[in-house]
Design a protein around this ligand. Structure first.
Ligand code: ASP
Length: 585
């Protein structure tokens, strides 16, 4: 037997027992007469003691063990003289009688400690060593626990986990597909799924009623800070379900996770329409851990001779409680922040409501104290507060103010990772206009149903932008953790939708024929959603990076630096696939 116990479970109750342990050498301390080794496995650390006087041979063998050597020991559990209350095994040590070297190790390129001396790149290159460290291992353990909770919750409610294909047909909507050449069908390609959307809808036509899958999805997008080309969704679909049924079911799942993982209880998640989310927070994923809602000021600031405000479509601001003391330097930094290309505002107007009741603003030339008092009243501001105002085209300005709101909240310490504020954002627009290609795109995807009361607007192209969808997102702390919609199950409406998106009948049929055909065989009303599982894990883990919760993630350029992928393939492979590369490459 390799081991009778793990390195994390022995305590005083085991004193006197002879045990066998196996693991890695975390560190060793040579104190002359005694040598101590910390033996580590997934479960913890146990101290091994070697005594020079009683067993000189064994002790000198132990002294030769380097970091990360793999060993097996047999020994007796004894009470320690100097106990370590920080670890569960801290009351005991093993008086080693037999030592067996199972494998040597090269000196690892960084320390396998909670705080490692290895940089990001190095730890990614040696991810298998990085995973030996507690924080990374614990993240993967947490991910496993979450996956089990999800599976059990959904399985208990009659959801079946059904696998859908990974090699599928490429479709032009959505993000870019990763494609896979087919050797047997030269010149033809599979795509890796961006999501199992069409298959899960087919499973509803197939009568499976309730489906879920914890499934890998692939999107060939330009990688922004925290995107992975492959990521995991908790993908779900239900038949004979209204929006209310879906929201209920998956709010229940989220609450279950909060209770089991965090011991937190929630009342019903608040709901906010997309329109209100944009108006009050400038974002379809508002962070509502704190207030600082937008206040629109057109009524009170226009017509006082300040050209910028007068000309603007929208003048809108936020009130930062207790920030009137901000220095010139801090205000300049905020101005620089909003002027950065990523935010893109032209400038920032500030109004300080001083503690003595006076005002100081960057627009004092145009506004009297009375004017500013009226503005302050709109904000509900009190002495000591700082009002920050932007102006410009409505939507763009709101998005800019959203960035400023989050920055201010960060500076004010309002974005605490252990406070959770979930909500549903509902009634998304069905269609989104794209300036570049001069056409409408489905905001969610082309299978999302319009709200029945807005359906007639489909007949009037000038109103397409006003059509609301039966689509919803779950948002927690400013992060979109999940989203879905009521699907179109009626073939005529689906056709109409494809037309709206600029597909001819032939094009639509070439792309989605199998789904359209399926819909002629009694498709039930159905709806669903998908959670971003990596993101959900990082949120519950209280960190921003999803990479920390993926065993073998890609770096920011989509590379796996450990295995070195992507990589060129051999000429033989290329020939077999009948792929000819441009000489330049
Ligand atoms: N397939 C959708 C997505 O990946 C989710 C859904 O509508 O169920 O965003």
């Amino acid at each position: 037997m390799y081991r009778t116990h793990t390195c994390g479970e022995l305590n005083l109750r085991h004193a006197g027992q002879t045990v066998t342990l196996a693991g890695w050498v975390q560190r060793s301390r040579d104190l002359g007469g005694m040598t101590f080794i910390d033996l580590r496995d997934r479960y913890g650390i146990t101290q091994l003691a070697f005594n020079m006087e009683t067993n000189a041979d064994l002790c000198s063998q132990a002294r030769k063990l380097g970091r990360e050597y793999v060993v097996q020991v047999v020994g007796r559990v004894i009470e320690r003289s100097s106990k370590n209350s920080k670890i569960p095994t801290g009351d005991i040590e093993i008086e080693v009688q037999e030592l067996c070297l199972l494998n040597e190790s090269r000196t690892p390129p960084f320390t396998i400690e909670d705080q490692s001396d290895g940089g990001d790149d190095l730890r990614m290159r040696y991810r298998y060593l990085d995973i030996r460290r507690n924080p990374v291992r614990q993240n993967l353990e947490m991910r496993h626990r979450m996956a089990m909770l999800v599976r059990n919750y959904l399985s208990d409610r009659d959801f079946l986990e059904i696998e859908t294909p990974m090699l599928i047909k490429s479709t032009p909507e959505g993000a870019r597909d990763f494609v896979v050449p087919s050797r047997m069908n030269p010149g033809e390609f599979y795509a890796l799924p961006q999501s199992p959307q069409q298959y899960k809808q087919l499973l509803m036509v197939a009568g499976m009623d309730r489906y879920f899958q914890i499934v890998r999805c692939f999107r060939d997008e330009d990688l922004r800070a925290d995107r992975q080309p492959e990521f995991t969704q908790i993908d779900c679909e239900m038949s004979f379900a209204h929006q209310e049924d879906v929201l209920d079911m998956f709010e229940g799942l989220a609450k279950h996770l909060f209770t089991e993982m965090k011991g937190l209880q929630f009342d019903s998640f608040p709901r906010m329409t997309w329109h209100d989310a944009m108006r009050l927070y400038g974002s379809d994923k508002p962070d509502i851990r704190f207030g600082m809602q937008f206040v629109e000021l057109n009524e009170v600031v226009k017509g006082k001779g300040f050209g910028l405000f007068d000309a603007a479509d929208l003048v809108v601001g936020i009130c930062a409680k207790g920030c009137a003391e901000y220095s010139r330097k801090q205000l300049d930094a905020l101005t620089d922040f909003v002027k950065r290309p990523q935010v893109g505002a032209g400038g920032l107007v500030y109004i300080k409501y001083n503690l003595d009741g006076s005002f100081k603003s960057s627009v004092d030339k145009f506004y009297t104290a009375d004017d500013l008092r009226r503005v302050a009243a709109c904000f509900g501001a009190a002495p000591g507060d700082l009002m920050l105002v932007l102006c410009g085209p409505a939507m763009r300005t709101r998005v800019q103010l959203c960035a400023l709101r989050l920055e201010m909240a960060q500076q004010m310490g309002l974005r605490t990772p252990d406070v959770y504020a979930p909500l549903w954002v509902v009634d998304f627009p069905l269609l989104e206009w794209d300036e570049e290609t001069q056409r409408y795109y489905a905001m969610h995807h082309p299978f999302t149903a319009p709200k029945p009361e807005d359906e007639p607007l489909l007949a009037d192209p000038t109103r397409w932008g006003d059509i609301r969808a039966n689509a919803y997102d779950m948002v927690i702390n400013g992060v979109e953790v999940g989203g879905g919609s009521i699907r179109i199950h009626d073939r005529t409406l689906q056709n109409q939708m494809f037309h709206t998106l600029g597909f001819s009948d032939e094009q639509a049929y070439a792309q989605f024929g199998f789904l359209m055909d399926a819909f002629t065989y009694g498709a039930p009303p159905h709806a669903g959603l998908a959670f971003g599982f990596d993101r959900l894990c990082s949120l519950f883990g209280g960190v921003d990076t999803i990479r920390d919760f993926i065993a073998f993630p890609k770096n920011n350029s989509g590379r796996d630096v450990m295995s070195g992928s992507p990589s060129p393939i051999s000429q033989e492979q290329l020939d077999e696939l009948q792929i000819r590369l441009d000489k330049k490459n």
